[in-house]
Design a protein around this ligand. Structure first.
Ligand code: ZN
Length: 232
């Protein structure tokens, strides 16, 4: 048994014991996590560590490439997790979090022929095609690491767009109840980037500045105009 697997012996006697009151409260009163974070399965990117979160703080969905399939495509784990988070847990902040040196994004940015032996990965990464094509079109001169980084950043933008296709999320956005966040972790220097929806750029997160938000919570009344016109 490897050393990591062996740590299971310590959960009941040490980890749980040290947080007994917290677990007791969560078991009695249920969970009310404050955010849904959709991150990469990469072992180096740990949402709970980035946000210094305790059990009960975060609803987490991790997969290769921090991908959110658009609503209509399939019933899958991400779709169900998003729906439950919004409809049942009432989560108001949804974060899509990418990262540097991402294996999935290298696959998405690179030669598709190299992925031939992994048909499921190929099918999954198709949800990132928009990011790849945006980079091909808007940043055609980027190569290697710079290209992967650009694809990774554009992939966060693409997955936020997919998130908006989920009816539960679309409804929450229209009601001004849900905010969307696009984050990127640079694991080479620990820097956090956040997408600013007003400037459409990623900005470095700094404690002395407001947090850049991809889509702040704001009630939308797109249909109001026609009602007014019709009434006149
Ligand atoms: Zn990754």
């Amino acid at each position: 048994m490897n050393e990591v697997i062996g740590r299971v012996f310590d959960f009941e006697t040490k980890v749980f014991e040290d947080s007994r009151a917290l677990y007791s409260n969560l078991a009695t009163n249920g969970q009310s996590p404050k955010a849904l974070i959709i991150g990469c399965a990469d072992s180096r990117i740990v949402p709970e560590q980035i946000l210094q979160a305790q059990p009960g703080d975060l609803f987490v969905c991790r997969n290769a490439g921090n991908i959110v399939p658009p609503y209509a495509t399939q019933n899958g784990g991400v779709t169900s997790t998003v729906e439950y988070a919004v409809m049942v847990l009432g989560i108001r902040d949804i974060i899509v979090c990418g990262h540097s040196d991402c294996g999935a994004m290298k696959g998405l940015a690179g030669d598709p022929a190299k992925l031939e032996a992994m048909p499921n990965v190929v099918a999954w990464l198709r949800h990132g095609t928009a990011a790849r094509q945006v980079v091909d079109s808007s940043y055609p001169d980027l190569e290697d690491g710079d290209r992967v980084r650009a694809v990774s950043l554009e992939n966060v933008v693409a997955q936020l767009a997919h998130l908006r296709t989920h009816p539960s999320v679309a409804t929450g956005i229209a009601r001004g109840e849900i905010a969307l966040h696009g984050w990127f972790v640079d694991i080479h220097n620990g820097q956090m980037l956040a997408l600013n929806g007003e400037t459409n750029r990623f900005e470095v997160v700094r404690a002395d500045r407001p947090l850049p938000v991809a889509q702040p919570a704001a009630k939308r009344l797109a249909a109001d105009f026609s009602y007014q016109e019709a009434a006149e």
